[in-house]
Design a protein around this ligand. Structure first.
Ligand code: FES
Length: 103
C-alpha cells in the first residue's frame, strides 16, 4: 500500500478543565467520523490513509490534523470542513488555506 496522502488526526482527550485543553474535548471524534465517512463515500481506502493520533502539539488550536507528504497542518477543523478538505486538498492537491495552521 502506498497512499497518496497520509492524514493524522489528533484524537487526544484530556479531562475537562485541563489547562491545555485537547482536540478530543473540541470535537475531534466527530471530525474523525466525518473523515471516515468521506473515505467510504469516495472509495479512497488504499489511496488515502487516515490515522487518529495522540497529542501533536498545538492543543489550543484543535482539533488539529496534518497531511503528509506535504506537512500541511489544519486547525479548528469541524465535521462540516471535512468535505472541503477531501475535495480541495486530498483529491486535487490544493490545501484549504482558511484552515491552515502555521507552525
Ligand atoms: S491535544 Fe491535539 S494537538 Fe494536543
Amino acid at each position: 500500500m502506498n497512499p497518496k496522502h497520509h492524514v493524522f488526526v489528533c484524537m487526544n482527550q484530556r479531562p475537562e478543565g485541563h489547562p491545555r485543553g485537547s482536540c478530543g474535548g473540541s470535537g475531534a471524534a466527530s471530525v474523525y467520523e466525518s473523515m471516515m465517512g468521506e473515505m467510504e463515500k469516495r472509495d479512497l481506502f488504499g489511496k488515502i490513509q487516515v490515522t487518529g493520533t495522540f497529542c501533536m502539539g498545538p492543543c489550543d488550536q484543535g482539533p488539529t490534523m496534518v497531511v503528509y507528504p506535504e506537512g500541511v497542518w489544519y486547525k479548528g477543523v469541524k465535521p462540516e470542513d471535512v468535505q472541503e478538505i477531501f475535495e480541495q486538498h486530498l483529491e486535487n492537491d490544493k490545501p484549504v488555506e482558511r484552515l491552515r495552521l502555521s507552525m
